[in-house]
Structure formats: structure tokens, C-alpha cells
Design a protein around this ligand. Structure first.
Ligand code: 13P
Length: 276
């Protein structure tokens, strides 16, 4: 039994909570393959990961998220490995005349467990706003999927001292549609300025933001806050994973380019396992 005193300070809200219990979030390493892959390269990558990691640790899950056309192929390749399947997007719609969209129930049908929602690339390039992202999170949950909700600030926002306000805005929009007593999500902190740059956020920045996110989750619902994994994403790789994995409230990584190299991806997994 432990006791954690949490002080939650926002611009207008101050609350004190005392959390009891020994629940901790499961750790996850989730690959986001983005717009990359082919039948041949997917096969090679999964075969290498499986060869290097024949058995997963039950305390640390692994998932890979290919583009839509390859989901059935990758579902087949990961059978029996313990690796889970993720998708990179879904429609907020369930069915109907929505050309080009893919519903959560369809993802579920082909074996998907996780779906990434609110990624900064979709916010920036597809113009997805907080309200749409909230509806997508609700659709994912209704379809029986686990949304991996991405939040994070741009460099300008950080430099203007707006990081907390941006995170709160992104979180509040979504959490009004979540029943934290029963819904399961994964939260990912992805500072937009660290994605694809080769330079991750510093351990101090990550610790600050993850502590803030944990406090936010616990303030919503104590048990939900304790069981929800908070992943870091943004240039996490085999070289920095051990440092990031031991930061308090880091429950894993959402990995972009390093997820396309079996050695790197497995090193990140090993770092999380060592920290578990
Ligand atoms: P990189 O790991 O390539 O920086 O990408 C992170 C990311 O966007 C994962 O969703």
C-alpha cells in the first residue's frame, strides 16, 4: 500500500487528492509506421522482431501500426507472438456514404486492438481539431478499440509558455466524452517539435509533462489515472530509450522511425522491460 500526495495546479483549479492502492499502468512499446511499408518490408521487419524477441514480457506489451491495406497481412505475421495490432486512424462515423473512411468496427473486425487518434501530423496536415478527435476517441471506444490519444505542443507554443494550456485544451475536449470509470485509453505525450527530428525532449521536460498528465488523469478518476499508460513519443530510439524509460510516469513509447528497424525497436522494448 502506498500513498501519493498529488497537487494539481492549473490556471483556475487547485485540487488535492490522496491516492491509495498499488495499481500501476502496464508498459507499452507501440510502433507507428506512418506512411511506410510494403508486403515485403513488413514481412522482413516482423520476422526480425520475432527472431530477436521470441517471448514478450507480460509486464510490457508491444504493438505495431501499419497503414490500413497491410493490417490483415500484419495480423497474420504477428499471430502467436503476443504482439498486438494498431491502426493509425479511424473515422468518427460508423458506416454510410463516407468515401475513403474506415470505421472502428472494421478495424476491430481485422484484429486491431489500438488506434492512434489525435496525432500531431493529422492535426497539422489533415486539420483535425479537438472536437473531431474527441468524436474519434468515442467511436474507437464504442467499437471496442483502445484509442492511443496523442497530445503535445509545438515549439512556438512551448517557447510562449503555453504548454500546459495546450495540453489542458486537448485533454478537456476528449475527456468530456470518456467514462473514466470504465473506458480504457492510452495517452501519448508527443511534443510536435521532437517528432522526426532525432532530438527528443529532455528528461526534465518529459518528467514535468508526464507528471502533469498523471495528475490530470487521477483528478478525473483515481483508478483510471493509475491504470492509464502514458507513453512518450518524439525521436525515442535505441540510444535514448534507457534514459527515458526510467523517468517517473513514463509507461512506454510511441515510436516512429525507430519502429521500422527491428534492432532499434527491440532495444527500446528491452529498455522498458529493464525499467518495469
Ligand atoms: P519519431 O519517433 O520518428 O520521432 O516519431 C514519433 C511519432 O510521431 C510516433 O507517433
Amino acid at each position: 500500500m502506498f500513498q501519493v500526495q498529488i497537487v494539481f495546479v492549473t490556471q483556475s483549479l487547485i485540487c488535492h487528492l490522496t491516492v491509495g492502492g498499488n495499481m500501476t499502468a502496464k508498459k507499452w512499446v507501440i510502433g507507428n509506421w506512418k506512411l511506410q511499408g510494403s508486403l515485403a518490408s513488413n514481412r522482413g521487419l516482423i520476422e526480425c522482431i520475432r527472431a530477436r524477441l521470441p517471448v514478450l514480457d507480460e509486464r510490457v506489451g508491444m504493438a505495431v501500426s501499419p497503414v490500413f491495406p497491410y493490417l490483415p497481412q500484419v495480423a497474420d505475421l504477428i499471430k502467436g507472438s503476443g504482439i498486438d495490432l494498431g491502426a493509425q486512424n479511424l473515422s468518427e462515423q460508423v458506416k454510410g456514404a463516407y468515401t475513403g473512411e474506415v470505421a472502428g468496427t472494421m478495424l476491430k473486425d481485422v484484429g486491431v486492438k489500438f488506434v492512434i487518434v489525435g496525432h500531431s501530423e493529422r492535426r497539422a496536415y489533415q486539420g483535425e481539431d479537438d472536437e473531431l478527435i474527441a468524436r474519434k476517441v468515442r467511436s474507437a471506444l464504442d467499437a471496442g478499440l483502445v484509442p492511443v490519444l496523442c497530445v503535445g505542443e509545438t515549439r512556438d507554443e512551448r517557447e510562449a509558455g503555453e504548454t500546459w494550456a495546450i495540453l489542458l485544451r486537448q485533454l478537456n475536449a476528449v475527456f468530456d466524452l470518456i467514462d473514466s470509470s470504465k473506458d480504457d485509453i492510452v495517452l501519448a505525450y508527443e511534443p510536435r517539435w521532437a517528432i522526426g527530428t532525432g532530438v527528443s525532449a529532455t528528461p526534465e521536460m518529459i518528467a514535468d509533462v508526464h507528471g502533469f498528465l498523471r495528475t490530470y488523469l487521477v483528478a478525473r478518476h483515481v483508478e483510471f489515472g493509475a491504470r492509464t499508460p502514458i507513453l512518450y513519443g518524439g525521436s525515442m530510439n535505441g540510444a535514448n530509450a534507457a534514459t527515458i524509460a526510467i523517468i517517473p510516469d513514463v509507461d512506454g513509447g510511441l515510436i516512429g522511425s525507430a519502429a521500422l528497424k527491428a534492432d532499434e525497436f527491440v532495444s527500446i522494448y528491452d529498455a522498458l522491460r529493464a525499467a518495469a
